[in-house]
Design a protein around this ligand. Structure first.
Ligand code: AMP
Ligand code: MG
Length: 409
């Protein structure tokens, strides 16, 4: 089987995956980490009225050009506007956020004024027209697009909707994701470990990442390497879930057996991706559910989840293409050490990047890079992404790094 470039695998996969169709209307405080299902336009102007940016005095500039002393005709406080008419020679005491009265064309901050014994105010100088006035609609105009369909609703976006008085928004339904691990050697965390057995790392890692991605999780546990059990469980998954994620059993040898079951239930491609770690990866569709088969090695499972399943689930959850492209970001850093690299596959080495004393980005590899060495993840904060055709890297050479996004932090 020829090796497939990661970029090609991603493109192929994303092109096939549809956007979700089920929409729910939820109150804002239940929308954290959901994805917006329709464009949202502002029902109001923000600010909703001209208001003061300072504590001070609201004036008419032409009056101050005549005389720098004005009498105070009233006050406008935030939430309690001045309702009268500003006459010649008058000013209004005004506070930050308070409505600017009719006829006013500047606000002068109180530090630039003196209060006289008779209560009148003397201004240090004539202000510029419009100074210290926040104009209606300056932040958001009524009818303007504020958040596009496919946006992630989070701390950066939800308060904006709240400021517009929007109480409920249409969001896509959560993805239902079934997870399972395959392998006779696996033991669930919390159970005693018999000889020759190992703990199931992958289902735990996948669950954590799915929680971050705000998916609904159906945990099918550990599956023994037995075709009958596979068939039963996969059949259940396609009735209950939108997506099935498995780990293990996709490498050569075992693949044939998993493949038979999957091909019976749907249409599955076993890909050998030109990436390290993470070569074997399966993608396809059971009758209803999408299928992702991660490699068994925990590092490979995590790296393929991050690089392939993360964008795939984002697409199935409704995140816009533009936002999917920004899930990972590439930077350039100087390698602080020699890096071992074989030609042929794209490497995702675990690294730690930092700014050196000159403020330039530098990166060093963390731990040994074996696909069974999970401990290296704990110390790392980025992938060092080395091109397929590249060989060993010498200290001082420039390399591409991909800082971990919130999925791995
Ligand atoms: P496989 O792809 O099933 O051949 O597994 C490859 C390697 O990963 C083997 O050493 C497995 O024991 C190990 N492995 C498979 N699944 C898991 C898992 N869920 N947690 C930890 N190690 C695993
Ligand atoms: Mg196995």
């Amino acid at each position: 089987m020829a090796l497939l470039a990661l970029s090609e695998a991603l493109e192929n996969m994303l092109a096939r995956l549809p956007e979700p169709t089920i929409i729910e209307h939820l109150p804002l405080n239940e929308c954290a980490n959901r994805i917006l299902a329709e464009d949202v336009f502002s029902p109001i102007n923000v600010p909703n009225f001209d208001n003061s940016a300072m504590d001070g005095y609201a004036v008419r500039v032409a009056d101050l050009e005549q005389n720098l002393t004005l009498t105070v005709a009233g006050k406008s406080f935030a939430g309690n506007p001045f309702n009268g008419e500003l006459k010649a020679g008058e000013c209004i005491r005004i506070m930050t956020g308070a409505m600017v009265p009719n006829g006013v064309d500047a606000v002068v901050m109180q530090e630039d004024t003196q209060v006289n014994d008779n209560g009148s105010i003397t201004f240090n100088r004539v202000p510029k027209l419009g100074s210290n006035i926040r104009r209606i609609g300056e932040d958001v105009k009524q009818g303007e697009l504020v958040l596009a369909k496919g946006s992630l609703l989070n701390v950066a976006s939800l308060p904006l909707l709240a400021s517009l008085g929007i109480a409920t928004v249409p969001v896509f339904a959560k993805l239902k994701v079934a997870i399972l691990s395959t392998g006779d050697e696996l033991t669930s965390v919390g159970q005693p470990l018999a000889e020759g057995k190992i703990y199931d790392t992958n289902r735990f890692a996948v669950r954590l990442m799915l929680e971050k991605l705000n998916c609904e999780i159906l945990d099918y546990g550990i599956l023994a390497d037995d075709p009958t059990i596979f068939e039963q469980t996969f059949t259940k998954a396609q009735q209950e879930a939108d997506v099935l994620i498995t780990s293990g059993g996709v490498s050569v040898g075992e693949a044939d057996f998993t493949k038979d079951v999957l091909e019976k239930l749907g249409e599955i491609g076993f890909w050998k991706i030109a990436m390290k770690p993470g070569k074997p990866f399966a993608f396809g569709k059971l009758e209803k559910a999408w299928f992702f088969g991660l490699p068994g090695n925990p590092v490979s499972a995590l790296v393929t989840f991050y690089q392939l399943v993360q964008p795939a689930l984002a697409k199935l959850s409704g995140l816009s293409a533009e936002k999917i492209a920004k899930l990972t970001q590439n930077l350039t850093a100087c390698s602080a050490m020699n890096l071992k690299k074989g030609v042929g596959r794209q490497d995702f080495q675990r690294g730690y990047y930092y700014a050196n004393e000159n403020g330039e980005l530098e990166v060093r590899p963390v731990g040994t890079q074996g696909s069974h060495i999970f401990s290296a993840f704990n110390e790392s904060n980025c992938f060092i992404v080395l091109e397929a055709e590249r060989g060993n890297v010498e200290a001082g050479e420039k390399v591409t790094i991909q800082p971990f996004n919130s999925l791995l932090r």
